[in-house]
Design a protein around this ligand. Structure first.
Ligand code: PXP
Length: 254
């Protein structure tokens, strides 16, 4: 699946739920967004059920599994509660991410090397249930080697530090982060791991990282949901103007 084939795009719908939760109602529906993403070419859907349920909720994850017809990637912390929900949901994949309640997003990679003893039984349990386990780690050789030793079939390289350095105009730091990603992707592939990448990717960074032959999948959320506002706003406003005009016309002819 790597080399010359185009990397798959997993669309993360978490932030559709963030907007919904800001109002407390049912709209916008992340499952509707997932279906639209698939119709537009997404190869899979990613969603992160955080411990504090700040965006995706248990019911969203269950509906995603029931209603979408592409692979579901269930992002989760390495906790007993999340393993139990993943086993019940039976997604195509589970991506284990680090989680701290006070962080705004997943700020660093999982310390697989430091948490080996805790992760090993969870990875075995998920794998035993036929779920493809992925570890969300920094492009650090020790973490990548640990993922292989733990027999996780997939790693997802955290691209946040690289994207942040580029966005902040720190070219030197960006160059260092980029060379880590290039080396990490190659090491992962050499160790027989499927290599994914994600966090903070936009059009330009996705284009660059897609050139790496080891990269099989990119998971992208926040940027796409943000772009959708700009791309979708003219059409939504047009439809609203039509609705308002229809209402007035109906009143006139009543
Ligand atoms: N991959 C993983 C493992 C993540 O935790 C996230 C953020 O939830 C993403 C990809 C997507 O990141 P972003 O929303 O910045 O595109």
């Amino acid at each position: 699946m790597t080399g010359h084939s185009v990397p798959r795009l997993g669309v993360n719908v978490d932030h559709v739920a963030t907007i919904r939760n800001a109002r407390g109602g049912r709209l916008p529906d992340p499952v509707r967004a997932a279906k639209l993403a698939i119709a537009a070419g997404a190869d899979g859907i990613t969603a992160h059920l955080r411990e504090d349920r700040r965006h995706i909720r248990d019911e969203d994850m269950a509906r995603l599994k029931a209603e979408i017809d592409k692979p579901l990637n269930f992002e989760m912390a390495a906790t007993r509660e999340m393993v139990a929900i993943a086993l019940r949901t039976a997604p195509h994949a589970s991506c284990i991410v680090p989680e701290r309640r006070e962080e705004r997003t997943t700020e660093g990679g999982l310390d697989a090397a430091g948490q080996r003893a805790q992760l090993a039984p969870m990875i075995d349990e998920l794998r035993g249930a036929g779920i493809r386990v992925s570890l969300f780690i920094a492009a650090d050789p020790a973490q990548i080697e640990t993922a292989a030793a733990l027999r996780a079939p997939v790693i997802e390289l955290h691209t946040g530090a690289w994207c942040d350095a580029l966005a902040d105009g720190h070219a030197d730091r960006a160059a260092v982060e980029w060379s880590r990603i290039v080396a990490g992707a190659a090491l992962g592939a050499k160790l027989g791991l499927e290599v994914h990448a994600g966090h903070g990717l936009a059009f330009d960074t996705a284009e660059r990282i897609a050139a790496l032959p080891a990269i099989a999948e990119l998971n992208i959320g926040h940027f796409l949901i943000g772009e959708a506002v700009f791309d979708g706003l003219p059409s939504a406003i047009g439809l609203m103007k039509d609705a308002i005009a229809r209402g007035r016309k109906a009143a006139r002819s009543a």
